[in-house]
Design a protein around this ligand. Structure first.
Ligand SMILES: Cc1cc2nc3c(=O)[nH]c(=O)nc-3n(C[C@H](O)[C@H](O)[C@H](O)COP(=O)(O)OP(=O)(O)OC[C@H]3O[C@@H](n4cnc5c(N)ncnc54)[C@H](O)[C@@H]3O)c2cc1C
Ligand code: FES
Length: 275
């Protein structure tokens, strides 16, 4: 097998595929919470993806990719047997939820890719694990079987009520806590506005909250400054200080504004790919 070869590919939702990539140097050291940066070809952009699962025996890493722009669309056009130009990692810090006994994991959309390895690890350690997965509609819910097998309780919620309850992940979390559930920590991953809403709620509820920031990145090694954030009034870099942070300390307004900096360029880039 060649380095960075696509070993398998599976469509999980309308715009999400799971890829298994042969990358033994990454699997040798990787841990839950870390990410890789890949390029599809020599001229490609460097884009970060969470290590969703891995097998040290097979030397493979699984990533879940939502098609949102140029590179993710290009990746979706690649087939099993083709190879990526590079696949660098593991990058960032591993998650450390070891001090918590009752954890609620909250995944919004593709954020499910990030919470799955955490659920797997916490559940294997015998911790109490509740999982809430939210999506716009049922066709965008993913990893429900996997999550069900690695949690005590799985709660599904969709914006339109097409699967599970109707509403947002925050509605579900509030309902659970109001109903008597007690959590030492909430680990929430999804779009920035979703993580901001979860943190606003957990601030009220007084629950420690960890989030994973999906900032724009270039080098992934702390050199370029692209992934800069303000956390607790201090400058941090998502790639080397994160990607996980205490969500109640993150300046979300700044992070949301920075995530939109290149929107016009990204749209023009996508037009080129679609011809
Ligand atoms: C540490 C980390 C882990 C990530 N893990 C995953 C993952 O497991 N699965 C996954 O599908 N995506 C993940 N992302 C987001 C992913 O990197 C972006 O979706 C990707 O870079 C978009 O590239 P593109 O060329 O297809 O789109 P672009 O043309 O670059 O952008 C298209 C649209 O996507 C938005 N976008 C661009 N970059 C990001 C970003 N970093 N985060 C969120 N939105 C972005 C743009 O604002 C724009 O609206 C992660 C990001 C980080 C920083
Ligand atoms: S991606 Fe360059 S500093 Fe983080």
């Amino acid at each position: 097998m060649k380095n960075f070869e696509i070993v398998s590919k599976r469509r999980l939702a309308d715009n999400v595929c799971e890829y298994e990539i042969y990358a033994p140097y990454v699997t040798k050291h990787c841990l839950a919470g870390q990410f890789v940066i890949l390029r599809t070809d020599e001229d490609g952009e460097r884009v970060p993806f969470t290590i969703c699962d891995y097998s040290r025996e097979k030397g493979t890493v699984c990533i879940l990719v939502q098609e949102v722009g140029y590179t993710t669309l290009k990746l979706s056009q690649m087939q099993v047997g083709e190879t990526l130009a590079d696949f660098v990692g593991p990058l960032g810090n591993a998650t450390d939820l070891s001090e918590y006994k009752r954890v609620c994991l909250v995944g919004g959309g593709i954020g499910t890719a990030v919470i799955y390895p955490q659920a797997k690890q916490l559940f294997a350690e015998g911790k109490s694990v509740d999982v809430i997965i939210g999506a716009r509609n049922k066709s965008l819910l993913m990893y429900t079987d996997e999550m069900s097998a690695t949690s005590d309780n799985l709660y599904l919620i969709t914006d339109d009520g097409s699967n599970g309850k109707k509403g947002f992940v925050t509605d579900m979390l509030k309902e659970l806590v109001d109903g008597g559930k007690q959590y030492d920590c909430v680990f929430a991953v999804g779009p920035l506005p979703m993580m901001r809403a979860v943190c606003a709620l957990t601030r009220e509820l007084g629950i420690k909250t960890v989030i994973s920031m999906n900032s724009l990145m270039v080098d992934g090694t702390g050199m370029c400054g692209c992934c800069r954030l303000t956390v607790g009034g201090k400058t941090k870099y998502a790639c080397i200080d994160g990607p996980e942070f205490d969500g109640r300390e993150v300046d979300f307004e700044e992070a949301i504004a920075r995530s939109r900096i290149y929107r016009t360029h990204e749209q023009a880039h996508l037009c080129n790919l679609r011809g």
